[in-house]
Design a protein. Structure first.
Length: 191
């Protein structure tokens, strides 16, 4: 049976929260696997995704063009609160039914998009800051086909890079990273 998006998001958040909470303020300017983002910018992006996808679950319109500053005050605790709201929003009755968002995509697809972002960006942040990160296997199993299907559109929109070549022995998660244009072996310079 297919797992509910809310359950998958809860598992993904459980893996992402220790990474985010472990980020030291001195690391906010460090590079990440996303060349256009340092750690602070990637945290702000991930916050924005988490907040906006709560609204999408409720069939509200969102504005991704605004980039608010979320990394202020007690942002580590706030990230936990916002991910809990995200889980609750996608766990609500009917959240996975019909369509969501300006593009009129199936709601489950939209839910899988935020699941992919939460998982992949947690890896990005872990790699950038030297934290441990192992994604939930059930999450990887659910997001892999969806991200592969969305990859061509993601490349057109410049949110995915060209696929990174990986060998036959690559893990399922390494293949997910590669389809988004990431080098699964990326490490910060000097590490």
């Amino acid at each position: 049976m297919t797992q509910k998006i809310g359950e998958l998001l809860e598992a993904a958040a459980g893996r992402a929260l220790p990474v985010v909470r472990g980020i030291d303020d001195g690391q906010l300017g460090d590079r990440t696997p996303c060349a256009e983002y340092d750690v602070r910018a990637l945290l702000n992006h991930l916050f924005q995704v988490v907040v906006n996808f709560q609204a999408l679950a409720a069939r509200e319109e969102v504005d991704f063009s605004r980039a608010p500053e979320f990394v202020t005050g007690d942002w580590r605790s706030r990230f936990g609160e916002e991910t809990a709201r995200l889980v609750a929003a996608w766990d609500a009755p009917g959240a996975e039914e019909g369509t969501a968002g300006q593009m009129g995509m199936p709601a489950r697809t939209v839910g899988l998009m935020v699941l992919g972002d939460l998982t992949v960006h947690a890896w990005d942040l872990a790699r950038a800051t030297g934290a441990e990160f192992v994604p939930d296997p059930g999450v990887v199993e659910e997001v892999a086909p969806g991200l592969a299907a969305l990859a061509p559109q993601g490349r057109e929109m410049k949110v995915f890079g060209e696929p990174f070549p990986v060998g036959e022995g690559a893990t399922a998660f390494e293949r997910v990273l590669a389809v988004t244009g990431r080098d699964p072996g990326w490490r910060p310079a000097g590490s």
